[in-house]
Design a protein around this ligand. Structure first.
Ligand SMILES: C[S@@+](CC[C@H](N)C(=O)[O-])C[C@H]1O[C@@H](n2cnc3c(N)ncnc32)[C@H](O)[C@@H]1O
Length: 265
């Protein structure tokens, strides 16, 4: 790919999503856009760039972001966050709280918000008013999340009791596990671009999971996002970030309570 083409892809991706493609990402970009080029019958990266830039097609821009970003996720990933969520919900309920609002800010194909919903259902029962807002920039993963249907290897990380309680085994040719309605009805899925605050939500939120997405952003985008999450959280509310993500060096207002969990005071 020509250097100038790569620079323009870099600018497009950054302006659209805040994703910062470092210097050594040319091979990754070439490999990932190949699929879109074939789907659109285009021959060179320059043809595809021209298509994206000139069509003004937002949907194709989202497809490009989809191709570039990774959607890797799993049920109960970074399990200590779910244990923490259960502990804090139990504490708030004991103090009389009945309404709980949680945001899964980069929900990918749904494993994270459904794990949050399962944890809250197991901890709070069905008497409390619980809502989980699940957002992602990618319409493709949001459609998978809404379908709530997973291959056996995707649920392999859940313990047996969780699978029995929260999934329905379906056999339509292949075996799949569908998330039970009691869990699904707690989750609302919406498209949202985390690089463009302010967001159209009112809050106040009790807990925000914003995990394994900030690694793709530069300090400017990260900081704006952290300030917006801070605005939306209730005082005493918590933010969980990915274990590989560090907030050090950023001028945010959170208090760190554990390495990947912080609180709005
Ligand atoms: C690696 S997955 C993380 C999924 C989940 N949070 C977890 O930790 O397992 C990253 C997700 O961030 C989404 N993403 C990337 N840039 C985004 C943006 N600007 N706004 C919203 N979502 C974005 C991607 O589409 C992808 O689904």
């Amino acid at each position: 790919m020509k250097r100038e083409t790569m620079e323009r892809f870099r600018a497009l991706v950054y302006d659209m999503s805040g994703i910062n493609l470092g210097d050594k990402k040319e091979a990754l970009v070439s490999a990932r856009i190949g699929k879109r080029m074939r789907a659109l019958n285009l021959e060179t990266p320059e043809d595809y760039l021209h298509y994206v830039e000139s069509s003004g097609d937002q949907a194709e821009l989202v497809q490009l972001i989809d191709a570039i970003s990774t959607n890797v996720t799993s049920f109960f990933r970074e399990a200590d966050h779910f244990q923490f969520l259960a502990e804090v919900c139990e504490k708030w309920r004991a103090a009389g709280q009945r309404r709980f609002r949680v945001w899964s800010a980069a929900s990918s194909s749904g494993e994270e918000p459904y794990s949050i919903a399962m944890t809250m259902l197991d901890t709070l029962g069905s008497e409390c008013d619980v809502r989980i807002l699940a957002t992602d920039i990618s319409t493709k993963v949001l459609a998978q999340a809404r379908a709530g249907l997973y291959a056996p290897q995707r649920v392999a990380g859940c313990d047996r009791a969780t699978v029995l309680r929260h999934f329905q085994k379906e056999v339509n040719g292949a075996v799949q596990y569908s998330v039970r309605p009691a869990v699904r009805r707690l989750c609302v899925f919406k498209q949202l671009n985390l690089s463009q605050p302010p967001f159209p939500m009112r809050g106040p939120l009790d807990v925000v999971f914003c995990r394994n997405v900030m690694i793709y952003f530069d300090a400017r985008v990260r900081l704006a996002l952290l300030r917006e999450i801070h605005r939306l959280l209730k005082p005493g509310g918590y933010l969980c970030v990915g274990h590989a993500e560090s907030l050090t060096g950023l001028d945010h207002n959170f208090t760190t309570v554990r390495p990947s969990i912080c609180r709005k005071d």
